[in-house]
Design a protein around this ligand. Sequence first.
Ligand SMILES: CC(=O)SCCNC(=O)CCNC(=O)[C@H](O)C(C)(C)COP(=O)(O)OP(=O)(O)OC[C@H]1O[C@@H](n2cnc3c(N)ncnc32)[C@H](O)[C@@H]1OP(=O)(O)O
Ligand SMILES: O=CC(=O)O
Ligand SMILES: [Mg+2]
Length: 569
Amino acid sequence: MMGLGTFGYPAPPTKSKINVHYDVPEGVEIRGRYCEEFAKILTKDSLQFVADLQREFRNQIKYALECRNEAKRRYNEGGLPGFDPATKYIREREWTCAPVPPAVADRRVEITGPVERKMIINALNSGAKVFMADFEDALSPSWENLMNGQVNLKDAVDGTIGFHDKARNRVYKLNDQTAKLFVRPRGWHLPEAHILIDGEPATGCLVDFGLYFYHNYAAFPQNQGEGFGPFFYLPKMEHSREAKIWNYVFERAEKMAGIERGSIRATVLIETLPAVFQMDEILYELRDHSVGLNCGRWDYIFSYVKTFQAHPDRLLPDRVQVGMTQHFMKSYSDLLIRTCHRRGVHAMGGMAAQIPIRDDPAANEAALELVRKDKLREVKAGHDGTWAAHPGLIPACMEVFNKNMGNAPHQIQTMKREDAANITEEDLLQRPRGVRTMEGLRLNTRVGIQYVAAWLTGSGSVPLYNLMEDAATAEISRVQNWQWLKYEVELDGDGLGVKVCGDLFGRVVDEEMARIEREVGKEKFRKGMYKDACKIFTRQCKASTLDDFLTLNAYNNIVIHYPKGSARL
Ligand SMILES: CC(=O)SCCNC(=O)CCNC(=O)[C@H](O)C(C)(C)COP(=O)(O)OP(=O)(O)OC[C@H]1O[C@@H](n2cnc3c(N)ncnc32)[C@H](O)[C@@H]1OP(=O)(O)O
Ligand SMILES: O=CC(=O)O
Ligand SMILES: [Mg+2]
């Protein structure tokens, strides 16, 4: 029989259960490993709920994704994203979203992290107001990670989650006071290849949402939401039609659960360039279920490159130079604040990528100072809260927000930012300023390869060179390399005047692989997946047509079907 690890954490697979199957409703097939703990999540009823969502919304999802392709075609033919004249009435009329639920009125500092058991406990205990548990940028979506994540979240909502780190003989349990939980499902574009519905891979986010909602809607409002919830973050949308689907999904879920309409609340990440022109429209679609927007700054930068992939006049400078003070980034954050506050909901700031540096106090202080500066800019601009990547950063972020917001839970009424009403399409699209360097190319390459290597082995967020790296930051590295190679840009920032070409990139890849091997050590390099990662990353950087998503392209590498060896996607 499958044993259980300490505190109910599923133990590694044993042979005896390989041929045991999940009890599934008609039309549903599970191709992921069987585990008794997973079976408590993958019940017939919860799978029926996921299948119902899939059947009801699959055509709308397909259509929304086709519309993304259609928009891409327009941008590739020289078009620019902009405000939609057809929905001017939504932008111009006065209306507000439903009032913010009391449980999450104060969100001044939010911590994010993957749905890993120990990290969930640490994050909930971190002193942050909110924990965003991530099935997305911070998670490698392997079957094990996803299903363990569902087990962990259910225990977290029930308040029973615990963990025993045997190696360090350390026991983890929840404090009396914990952060409020938000969950971020995957984006619309990612399939779940281990669950087939009517012969097709399920939509990843419907699996994440459906299973989590089904198992937690009853306990959440009582334990976490003060009558509301569950709460969600929604990633990577490009248009309000995608928000409309989420709104239908929420209504459908509320109906199934017999809970009041508007119980579910979600914050939408504005992290694609097209979406910045749809902020009112997105809030409008979700007005009964909204609790704000968030500046997903890293994916936003990635999206700028992707949207302008056929516009060689809009190339990015080195990644490190594309910060929030670039005019297009500042305009995006200001307009987001104005839009949210006008509609009565939170305008959340984004993630500073710095993390604590344990072995170098001076470097640590410098990193902390960068975080403080970033958070000060956010709170003064009018953001109601911000993101931190690590528990060690919570006190510094909290101090900045406390000093500037005092006891007020948010700035919705006090920072209207009417001045931002004049922000134009040109402001939002303005070319970023800066230079390109060989070191920029090298850094992109060694970060990108190491991130993919981690992702292939199950880690979706990693510390690299004292920064947090996740799928969004890695995407910037990938598409920037692609863009520079495609347009053979001149590296104009280091006085060398070298042009990026295939030969140069090949040499950079070889040298950076050698550097990675030196840095991580021969043993780890040999055992890790650096060579596979290098293949995937360089292929994507050199592709004649830009892949839409690094993780979509790499996904087949982490799909493990049972019985082993059966066909993948
Ligand atoms: C662009 C975006 O989408 S941003 C949002 C998505 N990205 C993220 O959420 C990244 C979140 N952050 C992380 O994953 C981690 O901080 C990393 C991977 C960057 C660094 O993690 P580590 O190498 O484990 O850091 P470190 O060794 O300093 O951790 C110290 C302790 O803090 C814990 N910790 C670190 N980050 C977090 C976190 N975000 N949430 C909870 N606990 C955390 C560690 O588990 C460890 O706990 P322990 O002392 O009990 O063992
Ligand atoms: O999800 C957040 C981002 O910055 O991307
Ligand atoms: Mg993101």
